[in-house]
Design a protein around this ligand. Structure first.
Ligand code: NAD
Length: 356
């Protein structure tokens, strides 16, 4: 299978390595706005085409599938054009930046009958796969509550991540998307009914901080930042379950926090910072620690699993575990958080509320 990668930045490497691990897959083209970056990446992986414009990739008949690794605001346009050109699509998270785009992508998938997989890579981590098996076998019973935290005290990467126009938002779009999707997926993907969210712009990007380093994009500009510092939200679902989440790029806290917990009527689970399953037996509480190589999110394996799953889905024309409909549902949650914060009220999705 011949594939191409659109967008040749940081995450493109993870996609390329994932494809390279598969003996019968070849990356034949790379494109990027910045053609030098595309050329460099193409040279590194032995791809024979490097383009400035992604449209050139879509004209290559030999290319069966594309990975979209560009800024969030270009996901919709590129995904739709790729589907129209008859390519299967693996699109990085988030699916896009608003609900109107999400609906157009979903329509394009229907019309093309091609595979579109949303890059919800955390579903492919070892700890998530192990826990899913326990959940599918009823070990947690009915999961009625989820709680997710991904808060950085100083972690606004700058560049496009700090530009609302290109990213669609800040930590909600970048970190919240992962945490919400992971919990929602493991909770059995219940239908969203409402969102209450708060976003805060209090500390900015904390570029004033000295003596403590943090990741900055190549085009980091300390003076440019239009995204929220932090957000929290309560999501409610049609089965009565709820999910509480908070995320930040900037926060006065002692250290970064990462947690994803699920609570059911037969057992609970802590997925992050490392996998534990909690239950009771014979009137005794048990904390169970699965003995696995990667109790916390294993980034590289997860990407390799994600890419292998995408290739398999394309080859056998099987629905991937993260189809476009999941991307749309998660998009509702993300947009709902911003909309609820803006309007300072609960946003209902079980009634017809119109949003951008
Ligand atoms: N799954 C994950 O864990 C994860 C982690 C990081 C980033 N991402 C996602 O991957 C995507 C890219 O992030 P990144 O960290 O690689 O960013 P990056 O800035 O390192 O790279 C993005 C590249 O895309 C190029 N680009 C942007 N728009 C383009 C367009 N329309 N056509 C061609 N090239 C274009 C840019 O020039 C840049 O080289 C984002 O959607 C981001 O949310 C996912």
């Amino acid at each position: 299978m011949k594939v191409a990668v659109i967008g040749a930045g940081g995450i493109a490497d993870c996609h390329i390595h994932g494809y390279q691990k598969l003996s019968d897959v070849e990356v034949v083209a790379v494109s990027d706005h910045n053609v030098n970056r595309a050329r460099q990446k193409a040279d590194e992986c032995g791809a024979y085409h490097a383009f400035n414009h992604y449209e050139d990739i879509l004209e290559l008949d030999e290319v069966e599938a594309v990975s979209i690794c560009t800024w969030n605001n270009s996901h919709a346009e590129i995904a739709i054009q790729a589907l129209k050109a008859g390519k299967h699509v693996l699109v990085e998270k988030p699916l896009c930046v608003n609900l109107e785009e999400a609906a157009r992508i979903e329509q394009a998938v229907k019309e093309s009958r091609k595979i579109l997989q949303v890059g919800f890579v955390r579903r492919h981590g070892t700890n998530a796969k192990v826990l899913k098996r326990f959940i599918d076998n009823g070990e947690l019973g009915e999961i009625y509550y989820g709680k997710a935290t991904c808060t950085r005290r100083i972690g606004n990467p700058g560049g496009w991540f700090a530009d609302k126009l290109r990213a669609g938002g800040g930590p909600v779009m970048d970190l919240g998307v992962h945490m919400i999707d992971l919990c929602w997926y493991l909770m059995g993907r219940p239908k969203l009914t409402s969102v209450v969210g708060n976003t805060y712009h209090k500390l900015g990007n904390r570029s004033n901080i000295e003596h403590l380093s943090f990741y900055q994009t190549a085009d980091y500009d300390p003076n440019v930042n239009s995204v929220e510092d932090m957000a929290n939200a309560m999501l409610r679902f049609d089965n009565g379950a709820s999910l509480l989440v908070d995320v930040s790029f900037s926060l006065h806290q002692k250290e970064n926090q990462l947690a994803a917990c699920l609570y059911g009527d037969k057992g609970g689970a802590e997925l992050e910072p490392e996998l534990h399953i909690i239950t009771e037996k014979h009137n005794t509480i048990l904390n169970i620690t699965p003995q696995i190589d990667h109790p916390s999110f294993d980034f590289e394996n997860a990407f390799n699993n994600e890419i292998a799953h995408f290739v398999k889905s394309c080859r056998y024309e099987e629905a991937p575990i993260s189809p476009v409909s999941d991307g749309v549902e998660v998009m509702k949650m993300l947009v709902g958080i911003y909309e609820s914060a803006r309007q300072r009220r609960e946003i209902r999705f079980d009634k017809q509320e119109v949003m951008g």
